[in-house]
Design a protein around this ligand. Structure first.
Ligand SMILES: Cc1cc2nc3c(=O)[nH]c(=O)nc-3n(C[C@H](O)[C@H](O)[C@H](O)COP(=O)(O)OP(=O)(O)OC[C@H]3O[C@@H](n4cnc5c(N)ncnc54)[C@H](O)[C@@H]3O)c2cc1C
Ligand code: FES
Length: 370
């Protein structure tokens, strides 16, 4: 198995807004890095207390056809360790350690397709949508794209100029509808004032008569509240759930739920309570890259935290149950997940768990990673 780690060189920086920068990278040998539109890179930087290395996920805003270049676009989060470090210190020529692109929130271009793709995003949630948008426009000449993009005002629109140019270049195939919660000036055509909620989305989608909304494909990325509103609107329009994909950048407290994973074929998945077995130290066995690791997990420690404490180099990125970089299959025992946003129901049923939010509930937990 090839190493998931890469060193990339910063080759250009684009200031998108006062609070967002696009960082363009290349490998030193200018080889293309394999990726799909919508996937993310994990940046590993010494931005923690005392220079401790931290990891954060950043979606690619570039598309595979821009190879050998890759780009991520980072928006400043107040008080955030990595976003501020990057916005304040990153420089052309700097080398950064990253984990290669991964992620399931992807769109695979199909050159013969003639489809309608609707992208709904807010703030930094535009990044994976931008990658998908460019890929569809370039590689699917008969497909059309609608982007509904929510921001506070005109000045906080990431990729504003690039979107304007793409709308001209792909006139009739790309439509961008901007939604501003607090616009600075008067709104013009294809601009809307208010929140990007279900009423707004319904109004925008119903204005488009060129395709039946139930037959489009939807990709959502933004704050949890916006995505729930969008899902409610799409349900009202009769859009099947299988046509809706979503990605979260931040763990939503209300999305936290109890889940128990059991190996496929070992009976039903049972709903564990948080108390059941969670107050004991348990031994966990992990199989990863041909090695077997056994270690104790204290109560209130996640499986990943316990492994890292033992200097076991397991894969991870967001540490919040969102990105699936730490995903493994539970071969025996029971695991409680604090968050399961990153896992589909099918993955849960097959016994997949996320070590970064997983706690062993029994003493026989065995997890296979990779
Ligand atoms: C799959 C995935 C893809 C992502 N892609 C992008 C991307 O393309 N561009 C981008 O800018 N970010 C992206 N993120 C978010 C990114 O990984 C970091 O979480 C973000 O930059 C904050 O990191 P930080 O170290 O600055 O803040 P931290 O030090 O981790 O956090 C500081 C505080 O801010 C809160 N917080 C974290 N993120 C946000 C947020 N987005 N909005 C509001 N509050 C927040 C935290 O809960 C914490 O309380 C992505 C996350 C995931 C899981
Ligand atoms: S590290 Fe992202 S889901 Fe576990």
């Amino acid at each position: 198995m090839s190493s998931p780690y890469l060193t990339l060189t910063v080759v250009e920086l684009t200031q998108e807004t006062p609070d967002a920068v696009t960082i363009h990278f290349e490998r030193h040998d200018r080889q293309a890095v394999s990726c799909l539109p919508g996937q993310f890179l994990t940046l590993i930087l010494p931005c923690g207390p005392g220079g401790k290395k931290e990891r954060r996920a950043y979606s690619l805003s570039s598309t595979p056809s821009e190879a050998p270049r890759l780009a991520v676009t980072v928006k400043r989060v107040a008080g955030g360790l990595m976003s501020n470090y990057l916005l304040d210190t990153v420089q052309v020529g700097q080398q950064l350690e990253v984990m290669a692109p991964i992620g399931n929130f992807t769109l695979t271009p199909q050159p013969g397709a003639a489809r309608s793709v609707v992208l709904v995003g807010a703030g930094s949630g535009i990044t994976p949508l931008m990658s998908m948008l460019k890929a569809v426009l370039r590689e699917e000449p008969q497909s059309q794209v609608l982007l509904v993009y929510g921001n506070r005002n005109e000045e906080s629109v990431i990729f504003a100029e690039q979107l304007r140019r793409l709308e001209q270049q792909y006139a009739g195939r790309l439509q961008v509808e901007h939604v501003y919660s607090q616009p600075k000036g008067p709104v013009t055509a294809h601009q809307h004032t208010g929140r990007l909620n279900r009423t707004m989305l319904l109004r925008i989608l119903e204005q488009r008569h060129s395709f039946p909304p139930a037959q489009a494909e939807y990709y959502l990325c933004g704050p949890e509240g916006m995505m729930l509103e969008a899902q409610a609107a799409l349900e009202l329009l009769g859009v099947p759930a299988s046509r809706i994909r979503r990605e979260s950048f931040v763990a939503a407290a209300e999305a936290t739920e109890t889940a128990a994973a059991q190996p496929h074929g070992h009976g039903d998945v049972s709903a564990a309570t948080t108390d059941e077995g969670a107050s004991l130290t348990r031994t966990v066995t992990i199989h990863y890259e041909g090695a077997e690791y056994q270690f104790a997990v204290e109560p209130n420690q996640t499986i990943l935290e316990a492994a890292l404490d033992q200097d076991i180099d397991l894969p991870y990125s967001c540490q919040a149950g969102l990105c699936t970089a730490c995903r493994g299959k539970c071969l025996s025992g029971k695991v409680h997940l604090d968050e399961r946003e990153g896992l589909s129901d099918a993955e849960m049923n097959q016994g997949y768990v996320l070590t970064c939010v997983g706690h062993p509930l029994t003493s026989d937990v065995v997890i296979e990673i990779g």
